[in-house]
Ligand binder design. Structure first.
Ligand code: ZN
Length: 81
């Protein structure tokens, strides 16, 4: 395998990994399918939800937050500025 081919392969693998990351997280952490702050249910099959919800991965802990809670958190941060 020459260098160019290997780089191309690595790029493809990296792209797939990031695209499937959220899906994998929810497969392995079925208990986390709700907002960490308000316990609102999260539907991983809903593409709008997947795009608007915030997934925070820290080590092996996964936290997800609904758009309302993200907004509230940002408002609190802005108030304290
Ligand atoms: Zn929430």
């Amino acid at each position: 395998m020459n260098r160019k081919t290997r780089r191309k392969l690595e790029n493809q693998m990296g792209k797939d990994a990031s695209e499937n990351l959220a899906e994998k997280i929810f497969q392995f952490n079925k208990l986390s399918e709700q907002c960490r702050a308000c316990q609102k249910g999260f539907d991983k099959k809903d593409k709008d939800m997947v795009q608007s919800w915030n997934v925070v991965v820290k080590q092996e802990t996964v936290r997800i937050f609904c758009p309302e809670c993200i907004k509230k958190t940002q408002e609190i941060i802005n108030e304290h500025r």
